[in-house]
Design a protein around this ligand. Sequence first.
Ligand code: F6R
Length: 606
Amino acid sequence: MCGITGYIGERSAVPIVVDQLRRLEYRGYDSAGVAALSNGVNVMKTEGKLKILEQLVDGAFPESQVAIAHTRWATHGRPSVPNAHPHGDDSGKIVVCHNGIIENYLELRDWLQEQGHVFKSETDTEVLPHLVEEYFEGDLEAAFRQALSKVRGSYAVALASSHAPDQLMVARQDSPLVIGLGEGEYFIASDIPAVLPYTRDVLVLEDGDLAVIRRDGVTLTNLDGSPVERQTLHVTWDAAAAEKGGYAHFMRKEIYDQPATIRDTIRGRIIDGHVDMPDLGLHEDKVRALNRIYVVACGTAYHAGLVAGQTWERRLRIPVVVDLASEFRYRDPVIDERTLVVLVSQSGETADTLAALRDAKRHGARTLGIVNVVGSTLAREADSALYTQAGPEICVASTKAYISQLTAVYLLGLYLARLRGTLTPEAEAPIVEALQRLPDQVAALLQKEDEVVKIADAFMDCHDFFFLGRGMDYAVAQEGALKLKEISYRHSEALAAGEMKHGTLALVTGDVCAICIATQEHLREKLASNIKEVKARDARVLAIARESDPDIHKYSDWAIRVPDSLDELMPVLAIVPLQLLAYYVARNAGCEIDQPRNLAKSVTVE
Ligand code: F6R
């Protein structure tokens, strides 16, 4: 997804905004550009990677202390230099970087063309500088406000202009934007990691906020011009936490972060052997009165939701429906004030998930976000937020955020069950103990990386992978298949193992690899039959099984053993070798692991 950065202060602005862009690379992009103010507006843009932009701008700009920059992920108009941001007006005095979508841009563009404006790109964004130019009568801020009042859709926007060379302006509607607060200098960014090397004090803009930023301060108002106040967020993450820390790729680093991630997610939430999360504001009477729970999310977060669906329904004894946010928001689900809607999201900015949240709120449901990014829209708009404490996740493919979501799912399930009275303290104690053992078990599992390396080598000639499982293992199969396909580009699909014989078995030949997740004790024999079905059709079989499984090696070609835990907690252990497998297949294939093609870290448009 696109990234915006900006700087105003005493230092040389261009290297700073480009460095900030680098820290947003994980969001994915296809082109990039910079605009700097000094005796007018200078703009440089390029297709492709930031390396090219860095070479272009090196020494090419006059010295400047005010700049904005952008990485673009195409939505309207293909990736190209004219479509890259910043976009300018006809006079060349106003430039804008924008994230989001301006829904009425075609009608605005027609109108502006009638007024004589000439457009150079196919983007929706370009209407913004032209609108500001159209309304400018000596007061840039007033023109910016008027322009935004004509726009329908979502935006985080940064504007620089030689009409007012001592200031930057930003505004936000449905797309994240923060201002890093320095000493006589300010840093604009779409996401907090981009300001961390410079400051830990951050203003998180809310929808409808407009800020005018000068070297001596920030003036914050709403679109009508009334002053608003936002609290300064002091970010405690170490900037180094967002760096690779010696690993070749963020993905492998983040896989190795997972024992700590589980510990961090649990920390402070288990008191005297029981889960306690009073900060969620969930009251016993309301939880007892719940008639149904929806768990709504996208992608990997949805796969964590699938685990929630199984474990919560069994423990809470009420229907728990798990849905993709992009489906939920359009299917008019049955919701009332006795419904709890849980939204799961790493970024807290996924457009479909936010739309589902708002829909659920409109219908009177209580909403709860399981979310990683503090200050994100989901965290702010849901009735309560359960933070997953994974820290910044940089690799586009989610690993540690998924593990932290699973951990949060277990904690919340136990807490809700206790509030509902469906879980006794005696029954809770062994589950809590098993949960607390997970970090060490994951650390032990990571020691088996060499086994995975060998299996990945053996799989390099395979282009069709089927991930099979039952129950919780089916949820893990879906996440394992997604990891492999998104970073290695190999065809992989997940199936409930019992479904194979209803069609997909027709595809199974000696060219196929079957990855069979076999960790659920109560389904062991059923899954064994399914493994034998694919083995009989010559598929190569890798099983992910418990250390205690007595005979998995008899009917699989390879088996990776994972530590024993409760059936419901096994997804945390089973996913680790699958993450590593995806990583090594992708690495062997020479793929760009941290930034897979066509994908973005934070999908803030529909
Ligand atoms: C896959 C992946 C995506 C995200 C999805 C939702 O590895 O990361 O499928 O899980 O785009 O993103 P969030 O969790 O930010 O809502």
